[in-house]
Design a protein around this ligand. Sequence first.
Ligand SMILES: [Mn+2]
Length: 327
Amino acid sequence: MNNQEIREAIRQRIKSYSRIILSRHIRPDGDAVGSTMGLAAVLRARYPEKEIYVVNDDTADYTAFIGTEDTQPDDAAYADALLIALDTGTFDRLSNSKAGLAKEIVKIDHHIDDKPYGDLSLVEDFRSSACELVVDFCLSFPEDFPLTAEAAACYYVGMVTDSGRFRYSETTGDTLRLAGALLDFGIDTERLFAHLYLDPYEEFRSRSALLRKIKRSPAGVLSLTIPRSLRKKLGLTMEQAGAAVSLMDSVKGSPVWIAFIEADDGTIRVRLRSRFIGVQELATRYHGGGHLCASGATVYSKKEAGALLREADALLSHYQLSHEDIL
Ligand SMILES: [Mn+2]
């Protein structure tokens, strides 16, 4: 089936089922919750006679403002139900342990389709978010899936968050046109952004403490070292401390930045980030790897951390020799 035939088949399936269960991936983000809640809003408004459930095994505080999900129906309810899995690349990431009981599964997603699943699968991996794809799907069948103001607000959350506020390279003209169609419904973006991007005062305070610890190497590499003691004092988990790497992501002339986070066992977890210059190769030399401009590594002493930092500094000075406008 080509893309148009898959869309048509999904349209038919949704119309034919009287019970539809929507699920998304575990540890939800704005796109996962926005796409499920948005499609549920569309279906409830257009088909009040159908039973529409949004069912997942886990929730997240961060997305709770979008709305409340439903309680898990009995196993028997699945026997004649259609399950729509949104924003979930692989079946094992689906946040619904009963999904396998459904009569049929439709997958709608934008992740690379490594392990296909579902009776019908609409995957467009060039989409900046699952919400972008679902909005495009709804707009392609306006009679059957008319957008509502409530759905538009949900979908907009996913489009904004997964595209890094329309900043990541996956953002296309189509992304903005589809987001524009949502804004036409009148979304309170001021409130929405407040929900998404305001931090508790304590987090703001600990960020200012961390900002003061950032150092700059001769060539311009920024680094932040968080010893165990400081991490405990600020009450940060390894994950939260690691996220502090992004505090250094917007300094002109410093296209490489590195966080060193000391774990409880004394090893030092390293997060390397960059723009334009690759840091992956450097990370592989220190027990790590990852993506070209976002890698992780591990070092086992302050001395080794210093060596990694000096290598990063040399990498940047070498880059500066052949590039004039360092951003
Ligand atoms: Mn997504």
